[in-house]
Design a protein around this ligand. Structure first.
Ligand SMILES: [Zn+2]
Length: 134
């Protein structure tokens, strides 16, 4: 059900963006979808298609999902490194997807070996752009 709630809030915020830009009809919206977001992409897309009907301005809006790869930023040396390409087992990789905070247990900055880093990208869902008719 999380996917549906999230899809609804994405559509609502797309509609808000559209009215702020005085668009009458939304044609397309880019939705940035973080790699670490623990939701099902297929259910999410389906929910977007179903729920948009409830919003007159967004009923025919295409939602383009833009996957954003996860990246971390080292707090010690500010080095940014992607989740992809780091050495970890498959189990660890899956675990990180569900509990990003646990990444600290497995990962270290590849540059200075500090385990103290933050998530720079790949969390959450946001609107990257909208297109529509005035
Ligand atoms: Zn570092």
């Amino acid at each position: 059900m999380h996917e549906w709630a999230l899809a609804e809030s994405v559509i609502k915020s797309a509609v808000e963006h559209a009215s702020a830009e005085k668009l009458k009809k939304l044609k397309e919206a880019g939705v940035v979808f973080g790699e670490l977001q623990a939701i099902d992409g297929e259910i999410f897309s389906f929910a977007l298609e179903e729920l948009r009907k409830q919003f007159p301005g967004a009923a025919s809006c295409k939602f383009k999902i833009i996957k954003q790869p996860a990246a971390f930023r080292c707090k010690a040396c500010s080095h940014e490194f992607p989740l992809k390409g780091l050495k970890k087992t498959k189990d660890e990789a899956e675990f990180i997807h569900f509990v990003p905070e646990m990444a600290h247990t497995f990962l270290k900055c590849p540059k200075c070996k500090s385990p103290d880093f933050e998530i720079a990208r790949g969390r959450g869902v946001s609107i990257s752009y909208i297109k529509g008719e005035k």
